[in-house]
Design a protein around this ligand. Structure first.
Ligand code: 5AD
Ligand code: SF4
Length: 470
């Protein structure tokens, strides 16, 4: 049994980590033929992509996927710790699973993802959620076959959570949920330690994959007919820093742009590491989508400093305008936190004025959520929840106004759309533009998922656009 430990998780040193290749033990391969699994995924694209790897490992063990957890022999919750509501959702689901297990004694229940890295959560599972059969951490995915096999054969609770990032494992199998769009991890972990954020503790230090491994993966995706890759990392801009002296995110973007893949996206970018080479490369290659997610978090220098964000309002705005001026028709989206400890009305006004200036194409807005073990927990928080909610509403009013205003400018224009399916209304298709806008559209001719088609925009809404295929 290996339990999580925050002190270990916080440590960063120059120690070399191992690079391993995943291999499933012959004795476990296909051992569970006929058994069924269900994974519920919470949180970010990293977790979604981890679930694609975990699914493939379960399938290598013989499990088959089912779409209703009531039909499963094994249910896994791939959890998220970023804010308290993500926590609550996972614990709510655990309650339902407890009920199911009372009727289905052999049901196997597992927990993984970021919550599995939290000391308090694992304590709670050990003491109060004894019906959970196994827990494994974000660094332990490659050990799933042994962990699950032990949980089944020994009937003892299995907890395997490395706090110190383990090895960087290549060759994990993958079952992709989409046949046209694929996630490709390029860097794991985060060293930024923003004071509110739990991620550096749950995902470990920054570890880049070798460029050859990434390029090989993208080449295979091209061969398999994929149209879009999203290069993933908590902070993709730090790519290569831990591995190369003279090769970074700008170089990787350029090398991938030269492969025959129609669409390249990347997320997330911390403003700190955004180089001129990256901006030039995004502007230069038409297959790098002109869409940048650039979290600002706050418009107040006082709050940015307390958040440990390493940039000022002014330097963020310089970067923002440099990207806008260099990359034609670029869309920029952001994340913003309101109600950070010590945020006063005047700090919040600075956030509003930054949102007015940037006119973001999309923004994810959150109320600050205290995460145990992070430095922001120690700051005094004088603002009431009601006041924080009020700030969130006022911020949303401003950002929403610009989503619509930006979308209105696209009316009458023709956009390239990657077709993803038939929309909920059934009479329309849907897909995403190069700038990552959701487009619902009609077509007089047959079109197929994975096609990239020209759509004339007929009307703009706040969160989507309607159009007609040409
Ligand atoms: N409280 C509120 N929002 C948070 N985020 C990260 N940590 C917290 C927290 N403790 C937000 C940030 C980040 C996004 C992924 O989640 O805006 O960019
Ligand atoms: Fe969290 Fe900051 Fe790292 Fe993003 S850059 S994952 S907000 S610590």
């Amino acid at each position: 049994m290996k339990l999580p430990d925050y002190k270990e998780a916080r440590s960063r040193d120059k120690r070399k980590y191992n690079r391993l290749t995943f291999k499933i033990d012959n004795n476990i391969e296909k051992k569970y033929n006929g058994k069924k699994y269900f994974i519920k995924t919470y949180g970010c694209q990293m977790n979604e992509h981890d679930s694609e790897n975990i699914s493939a490992i379960f399938e290598a063990m013989g499990f088959e996927s089912v779409s209703d957890y009531h039909d499963a022999d094994l249910v896994l919750l791939n959890t998220c710790s970023i804010r308290e509501n993500a926590h609550n959702k996972a614990f709510g689901m655990l309650g339902r699973l407890k009920h199911l297990k009372s009727q289905k004694k052999d049901l196997l229940i597992g927990i993984c993802g970021c919550m599995a890295q939290e000391v308090k959560v694992v304590d709670e599972i050990l003491n109060d959620y004894k019906f959970v059969n196994f827990v494994f951490g974000t660094h332990n995915i490659y050990q799933i076959p042994e962990i699950v096999d032990k949980a089944i054969t020994s009937s003892k609770q299995q907890i395997e959570v490395f706090s110190r990032e383990g090895d960087l494992v290549e060759g994990l199998p993958v079952v992709r949920t989409n046949s046209y769009k694929a996630y490709v991890n390029i860097i794991y972990g985060c060293d930024k330690f923003c004071t509110y954020c739990i991620v550096p503790y749950t995902r470990g230090r920054e570890r880049s994959r070798k460029k050859e491994d990434i390029i090989e993966e993208v080449k295979t995706l091209v061969k398999d007919g994929y149209k879009e890759v999203t290069l993933l990392g908590q902070n993709v801009n730090a790519y290569g820093k831990d591995l190369y002296d003279d090769y970074n995110m700008g170089d990787l973007l350029e090398d991938i742009a030269k492969l025959d893949i129609p669409r390249i996206r990347f997320m997330t970018s911390h403003p700190w590491d955004f180089t001129d080479k990256m901006i030039e490369t995004i502007g230069k290659y038409p297959n790098i989508m002109p869409s940048v997610h650039l979290p600002v978090q706050s418009g107040s220098n006082k709050i940015l400093k307390l958040m440990g964000r390493r940039y000022t309002r002014e330097s963020y705005l310089d970067l923002f305008h440099k990207i806008k001026n260099t990359v034609p028709n670029v869309s920029i989206s952001t994340d913003i936190i309101v109600g950070f400890p010590l945020e006063e009305e005047e700090d919040f006004q600075e956030t509003l004025s930054l949102a007015e200036e940037c006119k973001f194409d999309n923004a994810f807005t959150f109320i600050f959520s205290e995460r145990e073990g992070t430095p922001a927990c120690k700051l005094k928080d004088n603002t009431s929840l009601k006041e924080k909610e009020d700030r969130l509403y006022r911020l949303n009013d401003v950002v929403n106004k610009y989503f619509l205003e930006n979308n209105k400018k696209l009316e009458g224009k023709t956009l390239k759309v990657l077709v993803e399916g038939v929309s909920e209304k059934k009479d329309m298709y849907f897909g995403y533009s190069e700038t990552n806008k959701l487009i619902n559209f009609t077509s007089d001719r047959d079109i197929y998922c994975g096609d990239i088609v020209d759509v004339e925009i007929t009307s703009a809404k706040t969160w989507s656009l309607d159009g007609k295929c040409k």
